[in-house]
Ligand binder design. Structure first.
Ligand code: G3P
Ligand code: CA
Length: 277
């Protein structure tokens, strides 16, 4: 596990399970996160969206069509609607696996996962497990995603009157939206922010990030094209968390460049490759 000295690029790479151990289990299900913890992941990544009745649920897409047997936007459905859907069986299509009938199916593999339940899983883990929570499409809800998120993090002791420092917080909030990170920081200054980048824009090429953000979150394609980025971000005082690193050549690149964390669908294999398993 990474040393907690906070210096970028000077400790073992942290392995973050992307949507859980999502290569082996349906993404964003309790089963995928349990598997990630068993597989030794240092942290769990999840995307959060608000339901029509104000619950944060772990779903990547705007709509539920790809990962469930239902249809429609998360934001138009209530938690009770989502609870009737099967979020697991799609993963098995084409593998010959037969989805069990609803009476006998494993609810941890098929039920929609709330952020609250994921926070409980982490709280109950028998070792330190970190969380990297990504706010999805936060502009649509004009602050409600972040408000609800901070409320939950406060309830679980991650934010509030005596927040942990940047170096020790087991929770990070990630976003492609600098505004979303700013909102979280304003309400919960102790929670570190990760600025996700799909492309390296001229404004960020020198390693600088939006004000107050400590961690860079470049996609792996950025590092393939601009390997010098890692050193620049480190020089600017930022840690570098890279997504989504599944191929062994990409894992090797990340190791060579000295990134601080990799976000991967296959935490076990990546840990093995890095000699952490
Ligand atoms: O961890 C960041 C990464 O998850 C961002 O891309 O589309 O998988 O949410 P996406
Ligand atoms: Ca994500």
């Amino acid at each position: 596990h990474p040393a907690q000295d906070g210096r970028p690029g000077r400790h073992a790479i942290s392995v973050i399970a992307h949507r859980g151990a999502s290569e082996d289990a349906p993404e964003h299900t309790l089963a995928a996160y349990r598997r990630a913890i068993e597989d030794g992941a240092d942290a769990l990544e999840c995307d959060v969206r608000l339901t029509a009745d104000g619950h944060l649920v772990c779903v990547h897409d705007r709509r539920v069509n790809r990962t469930s047997n239902g249809r429609g936007s998360v934001s138009a459905l209530e938690l009770a609607d989502l609870a009737t859907l099967d979020f697991g069986s799609w993963k098995d299509e084409g593998t010959g696996y037969e989805a069990p009938d609803r009476q006998h199916e494993d609810p941890e593999r098929t039920s929609v996962l709330t952020l609250e339940r994921l926070l409980e899983l982490v709280a109950d883990a028998d070792r330190r497990v970190e969380l990297a929570i990504e706010t999805k499409h936060p502009t649509r809800w004009a602050g409600q995603v972040e408000e609800r998120l901070v409320e939950l993090l406060t309830r679980f002791g991650y934010a509030g009157p005596a927040p942990r420092t940047d170096r020790t917080s087991p929770v990070r909030v990630m976003s492609f939206s600098a505004r979303s990170l700013h909102r979280v920081r304003a309400a919960a200054p102790g929670i570190p922010g990760v600025y996700l980048m799909q492309f390296l824009t001229p404004r960020h090429r020198d390693g600088r990030l939006p004000p107050g953000v400590g961690i860079a979150g470049p996609g792996i394609r950025i590092l393939r094209a601009h390997p010098e980025y890692v050193e620049k971000a480190h020089r600017a005082g930022h840690r570098v968390h890279v997504w989504t690193v599944n191929d062994s050549a990409d894992v090797e690149l990340c190791r060579e460049l000295g990134v601080d964390a990799v976000i991967t669908n296959r935490p076990k294999q990546v840990r093995n490759q890095l000699g952490l398993g």
